[in-house]
Design a protein around this ligand. Structure first.
Ligand SMILES: Nc1nc2c(ncn2[C@@H]2O[C@H](COP(=O)(O)OP(=O)(O)OP(=O)(O)O)[C@@H](O)[C@H]2O)c(=O)[nH]1
Ligand SMILES: [Mg+2]
Length: 368
């Protein structure tokens, strides 16, 4: 079974994790919104596919109470419906519409987007890490469209999406949409370029204008920053855990450079130093992502047969037997009665219910 399908549980868990870190209340929410609206909003938070998000937005617009107190929100919802509709329609080519072109459907254990200033080496890293043929050029603005690729790590893959740059002068209007399904961001900088001191705050600022917040809060890492407690939970706010990738270390091999840079910028992102040219430091990315995203691999088996040791299904810490069943097939999840499990936290063949939490390396036999 292909492991690159964990859409259902990925849709839920990262947002749960985001909410765990948000620790905030709906304090600016108009008090008289209907339960239908709240339900639509919750569905929007969990939706990852553009079409699903559009349906949720329409439902939000239908159910939001139409009065003065919600005018801003109504306008915001309308704008997003318009943007997403256009995005889904794709470019008009001779009257024929060609579908969504800028949002990459998540595959593998998690989706990570490469973002950063022009010419930092995003595409060079993407090509080396995933074997993709994304365009690389010695000049800025080489990349124009998202390019997906898979980074292998042990027996799983992470999906890396190469993106066009963010600069003071220009940012593709669809770039923030492309970030919506991501589980995290690789913020790539050219560590040998003194301009990166201005570029990092510029990138953060431009994304923040569009309500995308790059944070140091990876679920599997110790928390290093306090979420701004006066922030209200805006349904359109997107918090993305971010790792700073200090690329081109071959041109500036001072190992302390990145710490100094973070100190100067007042940043707390975890950082990895790499060179797309020499390949130095590239190996560290897979294990970092595995740990920081708390990926849990689960191997399935049929009664009386050995486990499929080749291709695990992946969930996040906090995922259950039912989540795994959902990845195998939605009918199996619906009809799931119990599972037998083998692993570190259970005795061999233990019978467990659908809500039982899974741990990395568990083997499950689903009974439905
Ligand atoms: N020395 C050195 N050069 C690099 C490294 N990574 C990328 N480059 C060079 O930097 C230039 C830009 O590389 P790209 O990978 O196209 O950069 P990008 O960030 O994708 O650029 P845009 O798509 O324009 O945003 C190219 O000339 C690469 O060969 C590196 O680690 N070391
Ligand atoms: Mg590029």
């Amino acid at each position: 079974m292909n492991q690159a399908k964990p859409l259902e549980s990925k849709g839920r868990l990262p947002r749960l994790i985001r909410r765990r870190f948000a620790q905030v209340e709906f304090i600016d929410m108009p008090t008289n919104v209907s339960p239908e609206y709240k339900k639509a909003e919750e569905a929007y938070r969990q939706a990852r596919e553009p079409r699903e998000r559009l349906d949720c937005l329409r439902q939000m617009f239908r159910t939001i109470p139409k009065h003065k107190g919600t005018e801003h929100l109504q306008a915001d919802i309308k704008t997003r419906i318009k943007q997403l509709t256009e995005e889904l329609a794709g470019p008009k080519k001779g009257g024929r519409r060609s579908g969504p072109s800028h949002v990459v459907r998540p595959e593998g254990a998690a989706q990570l987007c490469l973002a950063g200033p022009p010419n930092a080496g995003k595409s060079s890293l993407h090509a080396r890490l995933t074997g993709s043929h994304t365009d690389i050029g010695p000049y800025p603005y080489t990349t124009h469209l998202p390019v997906p690729g898979m980074l292998p790590f042990e027996d799983i893959h992470f999906q890396l999406v190469d993106l066009p740059p963010v600069s003071d002068d220009f940012m593709e209007p669809w770039l923030v949409n492309a970030l919506q399904p991501a589980d995290g961001v690789l913020l790539v900088i050219d560590v040998s370029d003194p301009d990166c001191l201005e570029q990092v705050p510029m990138v953060l600022g431009r994304l923040k204008e569009k309500k995308v917040f790059l944070t140091a809060a990876w679920p599997g890492l110790e928390r290093t920053e306090q979420q701004e407690s006066d922030e209200t939970e805006d349904v359109f706010r997107l918090d993305l855990p971010t790792v700073l990738i200090a690329n081109k270390s071959d041109l500036d091999p001072d190992p302390e450079e990145i710490e100094i840079l973070e100190e100067l910028l007042g940043l707390r992102f975890p950082a990895l130093t790499m060179s797309a040219k020499t390949g130095d430091g590239l190996d560290a990315l897979g294990s970092f992502l595995f740990r920081a995203l708390e990926i849990v691999r689960v191997y399935t088996k049929l009664p009386g047969k050995p486990a499929d040791a080749e291709k695990p299904f992946t969930v996040r810490r906090g995922g259950t037997v039912l989540d795994v069943a959902g990845l195998v097939h939605k009918d199996i999840a619906h009809g799931l009665k119990f599972a037998r499990m083998w692993g570190a936290e259970v005795f061999d063949g233990q019978r467990v219910g659908p809500d039982h939490l899974v741990s990395d390396g568990d083997v499950v036999e689903l009974h439905f």
